[in-house]
Design a binder for this molecule. Structure first.
Ligand SMILES: [Zn+2]
Length: 212
């Protein structure tokens, strides 16, 4: 059931242009043989031909059965997010065009639009660059995700998590949309940024909205 969910959203990565072909990866918290961990998309397989047996289980300690296939080369940051963020139940990582373009500037996205609050704060952070798949990159991502549920990754892409795959996916799409708007905003000059005070009000409203 959870494996087919991973496949469904991995295919959606391609069909919605969040990430083309094999780039980007999807995971969801899971248990196998009493072991806590997560199901993640495999390394080097086209998402259009994924089968449940291709989805790899990785434990929260980072162990997996090599005979059953190789997890995405980027499994480490999935592991670290699940270990450190209790509210992360599913993760979507994408090399979506606009988020990736903005990430090459290695800067946070300021409150040029109140919707940056969907990531959980007054701006959207950008994790420092490190080689893909490394523990160092994983650490950088965790710092950018402090009090946030999504961030950019320098010269790489974006990552979003949520209480289920649907929510994580929606958030990744929202981040892509915000980046698209931001690219257009900076094309015509320097946008006016909303004040911290205003963003506090927005964040408060969003929390209530989520609860309601
Ligand atoms: Zn990546």
């Amino acid at each position: 059931m959870k494996k087919s969910q991973v496949i469904k959203f991995a295919k959606k990565l391609n069909s919605t242009n969040l990430s083309a072909l094999r780039s980007g990866n999807i995971s969801v918290r899971a248990k196998e043989k009493g072991l806590k961990g997560f199901y993640i998309t495999p390394s080097g397989k086209r998402y259009s031909s994924l089968k449940p047996k291709d989805i790899v289980f990785v434990s929260l300690k980072g162990k997996f059965d090599k005979k059953k296939g190789k997890p995405s080369s980027e499994w480490r940051f999935h592991q670290d997010i699940y270990v450190n963020k209790k509210d992360a139940k599913a993760i979507v990582h994408a090399h979506s065009t606009c988020a990736t373009a903005v990430s090459t500037h290695q800067k946070s996205i300021p409150a040029f639009h109140y919707m940056v609050a969907v990531a959980g704060g007054e701006d959207i952070k950008c994790a420092k660059y490190s080689t893909f798949g490394t523990r160092k990159l994983s650490k950088n991502i965790l710092s950018a995700l402090k009090n946030r549920s999504a961030c950019l990754i320098s010269n790489h892409g974006q990552i979003a998590f949520g209480e289920n795959l649907e929510k994580a996916f929606e958030l990744a799409q929202e981040i892509e949309n915000i980046c698209h708007q931001y690219i257009n905003a900076i094309r015509i000059g320097i946008p006016k940024i909303l004040s911290k005070k205003e963003m506090k009000i927005v964040l408060g409203k969003m929390k209530n909205y989520k609860r309601g």
